[in-house]
Design a protein. Structure first.
Length: 407
């Protein structure tokens, strides 16, 4: 933690930034790509000499901490997990108390930037003026419905994790002049895999699937059903499945998904259930795969795909949401993305087509690793700081902008 600036000064004026990252359900080892991405950006900021403070409403827990990162608790007038409508109502009804807590945290950490990483259903919905010199930023992974679009109107800057969000906003005719693309960062960055290890994976590796809260039943469970019923399609490969560590936000949906996955796995001899994985164990587990399949049919952040690519493992998935922008550049002539309507069999076919040629496999693995380097903490931190300058330098410094109109 760097020293507090002198009274009357600001961290930004000293060349150091102080950023509050608001993620209401944040907790270590959460089964959420956004929670891990928030942690990665916070660690990147702290590593670059800036103050990074994660603000969460989840209860504190024992265990590992993020180096250089402060974690603050905020009180919500509702217990998590809860339905989105209940959270919206609680934020609206408890607005005064939440504003008071947020202003107190801004003052305590002399923050120059507040980043709402769960902007569309979290405190980004608060209609409040931040203190002078504080920039209000939203991180957006998908477009909101009409009930939450107000969060976009209050923002100074909107950050999209890939161009998929920006393109969707353009299609709706929204003014995106204050939007920027800043990708999610990798929390764990393994060293570059050696060519010999890549060939070894091709010979001994298997197909691996990591399910998380954001995955949908018609994605991961359907893939497991297809792999179980079509043993010949899986060939000699073993299918291994793990669940991201569940915590309070996962609630009944996360537990039900894990149970459904486990039932499918237990009904096939060639499929094995690994159980829950904490964040630090995910890269090592993925590195043992020949191919990682990301079968989600929702607008997943693609964090599992990024982590697999970072250990040099090719990823197969559906051409939907963020995956084309993450996996697409690593294709190099080898198809890795299937159309969602072709279903899970297409994913299995793509995986085995990739395994059929050692040369193509090695080239694809190298391209996957190279693509993942764009998501290193240092690079993403630089892009974040460039996209979010100190509040006083913004050209629209009157807080009257209304870039997005939702009707």
């Amino acid at each position: 933690m760097f020293p507090r600036p002198r009274q009357g000064g600001s961290a930004a004026a000293c060349g150091r930034r102080s950023v509050l990252l608001i993620c209401l359900a944040w907790q270590m080892n959460a089964a959420s790509g956004s929670a891990k991405a928030t942690a990665a950006l916070a660690v990147g900021l702290a590593g670059a000499g800036h103050r990074a403070v994660i603000v969460t409403a989840a209860p504190p827990m024992l265990g590992p901490r993020l180096e250089g990162v402060v974690v603050e608790q905020i009180d919500l007038p509702v217990s998590l997990p809860c339905p989105p409508d209940a959270l919206r109502e609680a934020i609206g009804g408890g607005a005064w108390g939440l504003q008071r807590q947020l202003r107190s945290l801004i003052a305590r950490h002399n923050a120059d930037t507040v980043l709402f990483t769960d902007a569309l259903w979290g405190l980004g919905r608060l209609h409040m003026d931040l203190p002078a010199g504080v920039c209000r930023v939203l991180a957006v992974d998908q477009l909101p419905d009409d009930r939450d679009a107000m969060a976009l109107r209050w923002a100074d800057i909107v950050l999209a994790s890939t161009a998929a969000v920006l393109n969707a906003a353009h299609q709706r005719g929204w003014d995106t002049s204050t939007w920027r693309v800043v990708p999610h960062a990798l929390l764990h960055e393994p060293p570059e895999p050696r060519p010999a290890s890549v060939l070894c994976r091709l010979q001994w590796g298997d197909l691996r699937i990591l399910s998380a809260v954001g995955d949908t039943f018609d994605g991961v469970v359907a893939l497991l059903q297809a792999a179980r019923r079509r043993r010949a399609a899986v060939g000699s490969c073993v299918v291994r499945v793990a669940a991201a560590t569940h915590y309070l936000q996962s609630g009944p949906a996360g537990v039900a998904l894990a149970d459904a996955c486990r039932r499918q796995v237990e009904r096939a001899e060639h499929m094995h259930w690994r159980g829950e994985l904490p964040w630090h164990a995910v890269p090592m587990w993925l590195s043992g795969a020949a191919v990682v399949i990301a079968p989600t049919t929702s607008s997943s952040l693609g964090m599992v795909a990024l982590e697999a690519m970072a250990v040099g493992v090719p990823v197969v998935g559906y051409r939907r949401g963020h995956l084309p922008y993450l996996v697409g550049p690593a294709q190099r002539g080898q198809a890795l993305l299937a159309e969602p309507h072709h279903g899970p069999r297409a994913l299995l076919d793509l995986a085995h087509g990739l395994l059929a040629s050692p040369r193509v496999y090695c080239e694809t693995a190298q391209a996957a690793y190279a693509q993942s380097r764009h998501h290193s903490k240092a690079r993403v931190t630089q892009r974040f700081l460039a996209a979010v300058p100190p509040r006083g330098t913004l050209p629209h410094d009157d807080r009257t902008q209304t870039h997005v109109h939702a009707h």
